[in-house]
Ligand binder design. Structure first.
Ligand SMILES: [Fe+2]
Length: 183
């Protein structure tokens, strides 16, 4: 697949303290396309079957940027980045620090394995959990206009930037807000 950010994800979940949220403004918007979707990961958690909730209760997963952003870095820069940001271990179910709501906190870009499971089991379970973000009932889809501003909570959502506007341009400015360690 080509494009940028067109896989469901939570920003910088590979940090020990992932961003609280982001503010994004689009200064140049294609006439058609370039929408952004967000998914409510609290709803995704709430609607999991009980046996899955029991299975993931207390489990943690590893988040790492090496196989995504890391691919584009020269080896020496990659090594320095890996030293600065070693893989992060986060609970699969995190608790929102303000609302207390449980949210499903694994994503298809950065979450690479579940701690304590065999690789095959980890992959199967992760793929199932990733697929919850694909359920339209949990999503909203935002159509940008020039100078639209979106502000999202990275602790409670995942997002997906639709890459359907080539060769038109889509120009964005983003500010990320520092977050805390997931628990
Ligand atoms: Fe993103």
């Amino acid at each position: 697949m080509t494009g940028n950010e067109n896989i469901w994800h939570t920003d910088v979940s590979w940090r020990q303290e992932p961003a609280l949220g982001s503010v994004l403004r689009l200064s140049e918007v294609p006439a058609l396309g370039g929408d952004t979707l967000w998914c409510d990961m609290g709803a995704a958690y709430d609607n999991l079957p009980d046996e899955i909730k029991e299975r993931i209760d207390g489990l943690t997963a590893i988040h790492d940027f090496t196989s995504t952003f890391g691919r584009f870095l020269p080896p020496d820069v990659l090594e320095a980045k890996q030293a600065e940001f070693p893989p992060a271990e986060h609970p699969i179910v995190r608790t929102h620090p303000e609302t207390g709501r449980k949210t499903l906190f694994v994503n298809a870009i950065f979450t690479i394995r579940i701690v304590g499971l065999e690789e095959e089991q980890s992959e199967q379970l992760l793929n199932y959990l990733f697929s919850q973000a694909h359920i339209p009932e949990y999503q909203i889809r935002f159509r940008w206009e020039p100078n639209s501003v979106a502000f999202w909570d990275n602790r409670a959502t995942q997002h997906y930037a639709v890459s359907d506007y080539f060769p038109n341009r889509r120009v964005a400015e983003r500010v990320s807000i520092a977050g805390d360690r997931p628990f």
